[in-house]
Write a protein that binds this ligand. Structure first.
Ligand code: PLP
Length: 395
């Protein structure tokens, strides 16, 4: 009567959402200030002022039809042109308007890409652990298989040996996400160069194009001047999936893009396949008002210093208490080794102290937990006592 696959997806709520709901229930009992909810990655810094200014100006000076009407399926031509110019000026690339397809956020960009590139149910996309768990849903939901490469727990860059072994005659693409959710690590230029060399060699050896799907919603959220290499400059067959959910703090507005550069093999036809996938998935014509807002806000980012302050307080506090974690260079997540080795047990002990942490098993990295620090600084400060009590149970 209905799809078993969709039923399973709809009836099993994500563990992160469950925890978030639990946090709300608990807050009603013990008080909001006594629950330390580090579960969700919902940006807390306000959208930059240009967003409100652009909305007000649009509403006051533009006709309803222009603000709220349909745009072209692939997005407003003026926005796509502005995007090309912005990226060319910033990264020295040579994009043009017809390389861009405007989407309803990175989730849509990824689904469109997997749908457009999948030719057979044997096709595989490779995710590098730790990875955003929704990749599995997006890949499988669009008819392909997800293969996971084990993490390099030394530094959370890419485990190249494992990746090399994972690539096979069914590999369609490799998904990367840097700055990374959940590790906070940024893939270095050296990592991207090695990855590009490996994918070029493997494409040649297997006689097929292997795409690199670069999922980049956190591109601008990088601290201490760490460079986030622009991936299309290193590997020709790169598809970029971008979103303004995090950089402009607009997750509820659903706006982003897919970029298919001219350097991609058979680029025009791949772009048309993206247009077709968006059509088949019902993702044409992304929110019109926010397309127009973007034209006025390209290059703007929320005040990420607030996240950096949170990172610094949390990293210092947790390492002093004896927790092991890589210092995040970007995004707003900290990846911490579960004391005792079992992340489920560790998270339960934390939960008993009203500390809501996410076990990283679903991110392909058992034995770790994710702390999402896009929260109030005061909550982090208040939570330190609970982290201390948690550590004391192990030391
Ligand atoms: N990719 C990663 C790595 C994410 O963390 C998220 C959201 O948290 C997404 C994609 C989806 O982003 P969007 O809200 O733009 O759909």
């Amino acid at each position: 009567m209905y799809s078993e696959q969709c039923y399973k997806l709809g009836s099993n709520r994500s563990a992160i959402r469950e925890l978030f709901e639990y946090g709300k229930q608990r807050a009603a009992i013990v008080g909001k200030e006594n629950v330390y909810d580090f579960s969700l990655g919902n940006p807390t810094i306000p959208a930059p002022a240009c967003v409100k200014e652009a909305i007000v100006e649009l509403l006051e000076t533009t006709s309803s039809m222009e603000v709220h009407g349909y745009t072209s399926a692939q997005g407003d031509a003026e926005l796509r042109e502005a995007l090309a110019q912005y990226y060319n000026n910033t990264y020295g690339t040579k994009f043009h308007a017809d390389n861009y397809y405007i989407t309803c956020g990175a989730a849509a960009s990824l689904c469109i890409s997997f749908r457009a590139l999948t030719e057979s149910k044997e096709d595989e996309f490779i995710a590098i652990a730790p990875f955003f768990p929704e990749y599995r849903v997006f890949v499988e939901g669009n008819g392909a298989k997800l293969r996971v490469v084990k993490p390099d727990t030394e530094n959370f860059q890419i485990n190249m040996k494992e990746l090399e072994e994972a690539i096979n005659e069914h590999t369609k693409g490799v998904i990367i996400n840097s700055p990374n959710n959940p590790s906070g690590v940024i893939y270095s230029k050296e990592t991207i160069e090695k990855l590009a060399a490996l994918l070029e060699a493997k494409s040649k050896e297997l006689g097929r194009t292997i795409f690199l799907i670069s999922d980049e919603p956190y591109r601008e959220i990088a601290y201490d001047g760490v460079e986030v290499p622009y991936v299309t400059k290193y590997y020709a067959n790169t598809i970029v999936c971008y979103s303004y959910s995090k950089s402009l703090s607009l997750p509820g507005e659903r706006i982003g893009f897919v970029l298919v550069p001219d350097e991609v093999t058979d680029s025009r036809n791949v772009y048309y396949a993206m247009c077709g996938a968006a059509r088949a998935l019902g993702f044409v014509c992304a929110p019109s008002m926010f397309q127009k807002v973007l034209i006025k806000c390209l290059g703007q980012v929320g005040d990420i210093n607030l996240y950096k302050t949170n990172r610094d307080i949390l990293y210092k506090g947790l390492t002093e208490l004896g927790f092991e974690c890589v210092k995040p260079q970007g995004a707003f997540y900290m990846f911490v080794k579960a004391m005792g080795g079992d992340s489920a047990v560790f998270c339960e002990k934390a939960k008993a102290l009203d500390l809501l942490l996410v076990a990283a098993d679903g991110f392909g990295c058992p034995g770790y937990v994710r702390i999402s620090y896009c929260v109030d600084k005061e909550m982090i400060e208040r939570s330190m006592n609970a982290f201390k009590k948690l550590a004391e149970q192990y030391i």
